[in-house]
Write a protein that binds this ligand. Structure first.
Ligand code: FAQ
Length: 314
């Protein structure tokens, strides 16, 4: 029986029919999606912290308004994604609990500090750029609510990427100190950004099944290569350099070659030992604790309303 269901399920996937929350799905498909979507949601929410750090220090009102809107967009993305994950039968409280206890991951990139204004440019160009490269294919992911949430997210990420590039372009056309600040920022964010795509394919335990089920449309290495190819061209417009002496166009492959990734650093950050892991989790736990009175008040109000309605009906 289970085998028949699995066959029908895989057949739908192969025919590009979306899977919806009430459709039968293998338990492992459900669990993989809960893991990926909730970790994606957590990344959006934790991802507000490094940029939030610069809202009060943006160099002018226009930059401040743009950054504020961008950070608010990330909150919105987190909320759509938590809603998409809830359709798979997990509660939002449970997802928060998993984040706060360190059971659920969030993107490694948000454990690096934002040291200068140019970092707002590098995050937009590189981090949002990497996010779009990964997320545009997710608009065609096999699970309906996730795919639909990604459409709007990608439109907004595309604006984020451009605003980041524009910050760097302005700095790159500025004085020596500004150019230096932009270069320093790219030097710090380049390698962590290419680590965002996850471990290389032969060390990625989830890729094989996620590709079979069309949760992922491209592997980690395929997306990383596309990203490197795009950035290697865009950097020329900035007149700055990517901190990789091995970055070189390979005519035969039709791609840029690039140097070795420090996987030890990646796993250290993923396991909680990056420069800001502790600080990020503490900020999220504090936000949860500080919001306790709001949750209590909302529950008390809901209970009172329910009581009032029952009494009125009696
Ligand atoms: N950081 O087998 P795989 C954004 C974990 S949103 C931490 O390859 P998978 C917007 C992985 O979870 C950025 N952990 O896993 C923004 C797994 O551990 P688990 C987030 C990582 O799922 C911009 C283990 O390693 N985007 O930036 C990372 O098939 C600016 C083995 O890995 C998404 O979440 C990592 N980088 O592929 C916000 C997109 N990479 O769970 C603010 C959706 C891997 O088994 C400002 N997610 N791990 O314990 C995906 O596409 C996939 O989940 C991957 C990983 C590609 C991230």
């Amino acid at each position: 029986m289970e085998k028949d269901f699995e066959k029908i399920f895989q057949d739908k996937i192969d025919r590009e029919v979306r899977i919806e929350p009430r459709d039968w799905m293998p338990e492992k498909y459900r669990q993989t999606l809960i893991r990926q979507i909730s970790q994606h949601a957590h990344s959006e929410i934790v991802g507000m912290l490094p940029e939030g750090n610069w809202i009060t220090r943006a160099p002018n009102l226009r930059r401040k308004a743009i950054l504020l809107a961008k950070v608010q967009d990330e909150a919105g993305h987190g909320l759509y994604l938590y809603s998409a994950a809830e359709t798979l039968g997990i509660s939002r409280d449970e997802m928060y609990h998993q984040l706060h206890t360190g059971k659920a991951k969030y993107s490694s990139i948000f454990n690096y500090p934002t040291l200068s204004w140019a970092d707002m440019g590098a995050i937009g160009w590189l981090v949002d750029g990497a996010a779009i490269m990964n997320q545009v294919p997710l608009c065609r992911t096999s699970f309906g609510p996730y795919a639909r949430a990604m459409v709007r997210v990608c439109k907004e990420e595309s604006f984020h990427q451009r605003q980041g590039f524009e910050i760097l372009l302005t700095l790159s056309r500025g004085n020596e100190a500004q150019k230096k600040m932009a270069q320093d920022s790219i030097d710090r964010w380049w390698w962590p950004s290419i680590m965002m795509f996850g471990p290389k394919d032969d060390e990625s335990p989830n890729t094989q099944l996620s590709m079979k089920w069309k949760i992922k449309r491209f592997t980690n290495d395929e997306l990383r290569q596309k990203f490197v190819d795009v950035c290697a061209e865009q950097i020329k417009i900035l007149g700055l350099t990517i901190p990789d002496p091995e970055l070189k166009w390979n005519e035969e492959r039709g791609h840029y070659d690039f140097g070795p990734i420090n996987w030890d650093e990646f796993w250290q950050v993923v396991q909680g030992n990056g420069p800001c892991n502790k600080e990020r989790l503490e900020a999220r736990r504090k936000a949860w604790d500080d919001g306790a009175w709001v949750r209590e008040a909302a529950s008390a109000y809901a209970a009172k309303r329910k009581n009032d309605t029952t009494e009125a009906a009696a």
